[in-house]
Design a protein around this ligand. Structure first.
Ligand code: NAP
Length: 439
């Protein structure tokens, strides 16, 4: 019997576990280890609460967790409760599927002022991540700035602009829904350091802004090159630009009180305020020959009591695992870090691509493991049994997939009418549901 440990129960972890199960069949057991008793990583804590159809992929992951060849081991923090070296002693191979949950820094003055957040924190807040349940973002001013022109920026702008009724059927955390109900924000300005052609937004997500109940997008038609310049663009990207052109042509809807303003060629220079964020100083840019943003020297001020920077993520380091500081992920060669140690998903590639991108990624790394482990090799390690001994010597009590089912049931029975669940947002609540004291 081969024993594999996959660290992280988000999409990349589950696809890798599925692939290892398929590759080794009954000859392997895959333990999916997560630091929380609740699984799904990005699906639970990252995907927007009003995008339930995307979250439905978790049903597929449940099949993996419930299969005889796999187990979910929750409440175990790798790096703190058990080291990677100890896991390599216990398992035939270890796969790090820890994602990229840390915010990249802007590196500008004022970034640490109260009222300035990275998207991991803000998204974590509205998605009920226990680390960000107390974020309490200031929503009392009329203006917010969202930095970045990717899909996460769109998520943040949309969540800030929706009405209470538009969250029907979502699993937005109760504290966030209450706070957004009282929000005074009327204008969300999206700062893009380059132009419309350089956005990283996809058509479906962009198109949603055209159908909001109380907010309408504002785009300046003068920011676009002549329409012929769209021709050579990749079709999906061209569709996004066409949607943006449509927003520019339609203008703001006077019947809607809120605005989502696309401010292109706008690079944040610093964030200012008297003890808390009040404004962003922005430099007008132009796109240079290499496609980069070049400052023009012209500056202006955008008011903002709340600033959310959505400029990408990095993978947290784990002791003794080689790390590439520049790219913010584990140093690896096609998913292989070192002998019997691998990484997948955003921890391997960086924070790009859709949820589905993680599937071929996980299968590829499972293929590497299979190739490195021909029949007749390995099999002398004890997997979960050995891990259990290490954990119990440290007083760590792991949780199971059945434990998650109990939490899930409690969340579902507490749901608001029409909502799939009311997320528990504190580790103590999860543990109390299991009749346990917090760690
Ligand atoms: P992203 O797509 O890489 O976008 C990051 C944005 O930040 C870019 O517009 C980038 O501009 C800008 N940026 C980077 N550094 C900056 C700086 N120092 N100052 C100003 N702007 C800066 O990342 P993301 O939005 O975090 O999304 C991560 C991945 O998740 C993407 O693949 C995304 O499509 C996916 N996602 C998908 C969905 C969905 O399908 N519904 C939802 C959310 C996320 P430059 O281009 O100029 O570098």
């Amino acid at each position: 019997m081969r024993h594999f440990a996959v660290i992280g129960s988000g999409p990349s972890g589950f696809y890798t576990a599925e692939a290892l199960n398929k590759a080794f069949g009954e000859q392997a057991r895959v333990d999916i280890i997560d630091r929380y008793p609740v699984p799904y990583g990005l699906i639970r804590f990252g995907v927007a609460p009003d995008h339930q159809s995307l979250k439905a992929v978790a049903k597929r992951y449940d099949k993996v967790a419930e299969s005889p060849g796999a187990a979910l081991i929750g409440n175990v923090d790798v790096g703190r409760d058990v080291s990677v070296a100890e896991l390599l002693d216990a398992y035939d191979a270890v796969v790090l599927a820890t994602g990229a949950p840390n915010d990249r820094k802007l590196g500008i003055e004022g970034e640490d002022l109260p009222g300035v957040f990275g998207s991991a924190a803000f998204v974590g807040w509205y998605n009920g991540h226990p680390e960000f349940a107390d974020l309490d973002p200031p929503l009392g001013g009329t203006d917010a700035v969202v930095i970045g022109n990717g899909n996460v920026a769109l998520d943040c702008a949309r969540i800030l602009s929706k009405t209470h009724a538009e969250f029907d059927g979502s699993d937005i955390a109760g504290h966030a829904l209450d706070a957004l109900d009282r929000s005074a924000i009327r204008t969300v300005t999206l700062l893009g350091r380059r132009g419309p052609h350089q956005i990283a937004m996809t058509p479906k997500e962009l198109g949603e802004l055209g159908h909001l109940e109380a907010a309408s997008p504002v785009v300046d038609g003068d920011d676009f090159p002549p329409v012929e310049a769209d021709e050579p663009l990749e079709p999906g990207h061209r569709k996004s630009i066409t949607i943006l052109r449509g927003f520019a042509a339609a203008g703001a809807d006077p019947a809607k009180p809120k605005r989502i303003v696309f401010d292109f060629f706008a690079r944040p220079l610093r964030i200012e305020g008297d003890g808390t964020a009040q404004r962003v100083i922005v430099e007008r840019t132009e796109v240079d020959e290499a496609g980069g943003a070049r400052g023009t020297g012209e500056t202006y001020t955008v008011p903002a009591g709340l600033v959310i920077s959505c400029i990408g993520y990095s993978t947290p380091q784990i002791a003794d695992v080689p790390y590439d500081e520049r790219s913010g992920r584990f140093r690896n060669d096609g998913g292989r870090i070192s002998d019997r140690l691998y990484c997948v998903g955003w921890a391997r590639r960086g924070p790009t691509g859709t949820i589905g991108t993680n599937r071929p990624d996980g299968y590829e790394v499972a293929g590497l493991i299979e190739a490195a482990m021909p029949p007749g090799t390995g099999g002398e390690r004890r997997g979960a049994e050995a891990l259990g001994e290490v954990l119990s010597s440290r007083g760590v009590r792991p949780t199971s997939f059945d434990d998650w089912r109990s939490i899930e049931q409690a969340e579902e029975s507490a749901a608001r009418p029409g909502a799939p669940r009311e997320k528990m947002v504190r580790a103590e609540q999860w543990m109390a549901t299991l009749g346990r004291l917090p760690k």
